[in-house]
Ligand binder design. Structure first.
Ligand SMILES: *Cc1c(COP(=O)(O)O)cnc(C)c1O
Length: 365
């Protein structure tokens, strides 16, 4: 048996260690995971009620086109239902975009430190990956534009960027979009957009009417707190969405996820609460890192990337021994860690643990 040559080098995704394993291996009674940008406040009570209600219909296939959810979400976003497509997380939309648009030899442009699924899926399709270095942790849009050729098919922009948390502004993005040739699809991944409070942040959906080659990706996994149910969406031109629908599995999202997402959209009071708590958490981390003399990137999502001035793997292991799981090991950021905003108590306990770890681990010379 011989699989596609271009997947032979790909790693199998290694999820963060489950909390239960860490507890057992290190003999800890409490372990806090601040590693996956999950919502520490759970989800809307209305979403929970919708999930319970839907349990009576598990024998029935879902509506493949998610008509009811599309209607509710279109109303909330002020778009037409035919501008929406749903996936098992926005990760699946990324997969479907690569599947529908990329063949061997096509070029695709992305930042050198960003959400890994763009590169992963493009590699499966044997596309040529063009990685452009971040500049001060931010997408360098002029440099990305300079890499466009007639073979370029997709440019990926993650705003705010995961893992750095930085944003490109509305001015930067519109200037970029004005110059991108119309044969290039621009994928704007806005997984954390609901959490952004900076007025310079662009709302990708408002730009759709001017740029038919733009598609915006969003998710119910982060601010909506429905990561376990796997549902996300794309907003774009119906002609572009048709190509994605052609490669979409007929029943890709579940009844339970659709029902929960629909109810979650109608409970914007919960979202407001999460946004406020998150902003307070980011402000707390920033103040504490200032106090500790640690530099960090301006954080616009529900996570913050900080330079701990020490080998990040050592800091990761030392934090793990104190019961905190975070993210580290980025190729170009060997002394940075990324920590997700937790509850107020988790954030305070994390800073106390980090302060001890900074004493224990020697500064990188
Ligand atoms: C979390 C995340 C996603 C999507 O996650 P799903 O759970 O698949 O919807 C997409 N892009 C970025 C940048 C993310 O951080």
């Amino acid at each position: 048996m011989q699989p596609k040559n271009n997947i032979l080098h790909l790693p199998v995704y290694q999820p963060g260690k489950p909390v239960e394993d860490v507890k057992r291996e290190l003999g800890l009674t409490e372990v806090t995971k601040l590693a996956s940008n999950e919502n520490p406040h759970g989800c809307s009570e209305q979403a929970k009620a919708a999930i319970m209600e839907e349990l009576n219909q598990t024998n029935i296939y879902p509506d493949g086109a998610s008509i009811e959810l599309a209607a509710a979400l279109a109303n909330h976003l002020n778009v037409k239902p035919e501008q929406l497509i749903f996936g098992t997380g926005s990760s699946e939309i990324i997969l479907m975009l690569a599947r529908a648009f990329l063949v061997a030899g096509d070029e695709t442009i992305m930042a050198d430190e960003t959400f890994p699924q763009y590169k992963h899926n493009a590699e499966i399709e044997n596309a040529r990956i063009i990685e452009v270095p971040l500049k001060d942790g931010k997408h360098d849009l002029p440099a990305m534009l300079a890499k466009v050729t007639e073979r370029t098919k997709i440019i990926w922009i993650c705003n705010p960027n995961n893992p750095t948390g930085t944003i490109v502004t509305k001015d930067e993005l519109t200037s970029f979009l004005q110059q991108v040739p119309s044969h290039v699809l621009v994928v704007l991944d806005e997984a954390y957009c609901e959490l952004v409070t900076d007025p310079a942040f662009p709302n990708g959906i408002e730009l759709l009417s001017s740029y038919r080659n733009l598609i915006v990706l969003r998710t119910f996994s982060k601010v909506y707190g429905l990561a376990a149910l796997r549902i996300g969406y794309g907003v774009g031109d119906p002609d572009v969405l048709r190509f994605i629908n052609q490669v979409r599995e007929p029943f890709n999202t579940t009844r339970i996820a659709q029902a929960a997402a629909k109810a979650a959209v109608s409970d914007q009071a919960f979202i407001q609460h999460v946004v406020e708590q998150n902003a307070a958490g980011i402000a707390y981390f920033a103040a504490q890192f200032d106090r500790l003399g640690l530099a960090y990137y301006p954080a616009h999502g529900n996570f913050i990337m900080v330079d701990v001035l020490r080998p990040s793997t050592e800091v990761f292991n030392a934090l793990l021994r104190k019961g905190f799981i975070i993210r580290s090991r980025w190729t170009y950021y060997p002394t940075y860690i990324r920590v997700s905003v937790g509850t107020k108590q988790q954030n305070e306990q994390f800073i106390a643990a980090l302060e001890q770890v900074l004493q224990e681990v020697a500064v990188q010379s």
